[in-house]
Design a protein around this ligand. Structure first.
Ligand SMILES: Cc1ncc(COP(=O)(O)O)c(C=O)c1O
Length: 382
């Protein structure tokens, strides 16, 4: 029953999503810190919410289904999930990491992971050759985002999985930008999938969440131990919100993608816009590769303006679109990576990647596309 993605977003793997005792159609919010024992050795299976909570368990089961994994842990934020993931490694271990990454992940690696003895090489992972060149006997993992934040670079998931397999490494993929609706890295050979659940999964710009989905039971067990020990898991109410958001993930992703395509085409024809980075445009260097490994292009795009003044005029001029960090929700958001999401990326790396004072990132939302374009138009004109 219910083989299709849309159905699984609502019902998980079960025929229906009734909670067992009351048959509530909306899975209940178990807003409790702890669970009583009926007697010695008589636990319901739920003891303490840091370890396990029914609302979180339900959400984790649905995410596991959607990402083709064996287990998922829901964390208090995407960064809590990323941090827990790096706890899998020991001092001296070497990680090959995509250089175009969410700025918070870059900051985590530079300020915390490296201090704790992890060796990290930042590489242009769109080149499998570059990944191979950086392998050392201490390499333990390849860490990628595809498409990447904010330059929308596309990395070959199957190619990375083949290198990882050949050398006994973990392939870790942050799948935030496409969501499980458009892309399933585990199905292509990844070992761990990361999500900032604050984005498309929750989908309404109203909660912060993160997920780690494992492809193998041994990894899942280690991640559960890390999560329960370090304690960064998602609170029940946020689990409930994420679960509600997931029910409409497919229709949101489709419509947001449709809007993004039109916005990208329109932006590309404007005199003040020098370049548009969107994997749904046929001239994007990763266009064909993305479509060979994903079912869509999503609704994230970046663009470079002709001058810094044009960039500032847009940021100051938008009225419908909000000038804010984050992405993936119902409301369109425009972001200045230089000062908002990527200020802590070392300057040389930032400039090499193209994260300059003329780069803007746009998360296209669910407003009518004509209104989004009209807003960008009036902001551009000033
Ligand atoms: C690709 C990506 N990964 C991880 C994160 C971190 O997620 P959170 O903000 O939920 O901690 C973000 C946040 O923007 C992101 O864009």
């Amino acid at each position: 029953m219910g083989e299709h993605f849309e159905t699984r977003c609502i019902h998980g793997s079960g025929e229906h999503s009734f909670e067992e005792q009351t048959h509530a159609v909306s899975f209940p919010l178990y807003q409790t810190a702890t669970f009583g024992h009926l007697g010695l050795g008589r636990s319901s299976g739920f003891d303490y919410t840091r370890e396990k909570n029914p609302t979180r368990q339900r959400l984790e089961e649905i995410m596991t289904e959607l990402e083709h994994g064996v287990d998922t842990v829901a964390f208090a934020s995407g960064m809590a999930a990323v941090s827990a993931c790096f706890e899998l490694f020991s001092p001296g271990d070497h990680i090959i990491c995509a250089e175009d990454l969410y700025g918070g992940t870059n900051r985590l690696l530079h300020t915390i992971s490296m201090k704790n003895g992890l060796q990290v090489d930042f590489v242009d992972t769109t080149s499998l050759e570059q990944i191979r060149e950086r392998l050392t006997p201490a390499t333990r993992a390849i860490y990628i985002e595809t498409p990447s934040n904010p330059m929308m670079r596309v990395t070959d998931l199957r190619g990375c999985a083949a290198i990882a397999k050949e050398h006994g490494l973990l392939l870790i993929a942050d799948n935030t930008f496409l969501s499980p609706y458009f892309q399933n890295p585990i199905a292509l050979g990844a070992d761990i999938v990361i999500h900032s659940g604050s984005k498309f999964i929750s989908g309404h710009n109203d909660t912060i969440a993160g997920f780690l989905t494992s492809a193998r039971q041994d990894l899942a067990d280690r991640i559960r131990l890390i999560a329960k020990t370090t304690g960064g898991m998602l609170a029940p109410f946020d689990c409930w919100l994420a679960m509600r958001g997931l029910k409409t993930l497919p229709i949101r992703m489709e419509r947001q993608q449709q809007n993004a395509r039109e916005v990208a085409r329109w932006l590309g024809a404007q005199p003040g816009i020098e370049q548009v980075f969107y994997t749904g445009l046929a001239d994007h260097p990763g266009y064909a590769l993305n479509l060979s490994q994903a079912r869509g292009c999503g609704s994230m795009l970046s663009f470079r303006t002709d001058t810094v003044q044009t960039a500032h005029r847009i940021l100051n001029g938008v009225r419908l679109i909000t000038f804010a960090e984050s992405l993936g929700g119902t409301e369109s958001l425009i972001t200045y990576p230089l000062t908002q999401t990527h200020p802590d990326v070392p300057e040389q790396m930032r400039l090499r990647l193209g994260i300059t004072d003329r780069l803007l990132r746009l998360s296209v939302g669910l407003e009518h596309v004509d209104d989004i374009i009209a807003d960008l138009g009036q902001a551009l004109e000033g």
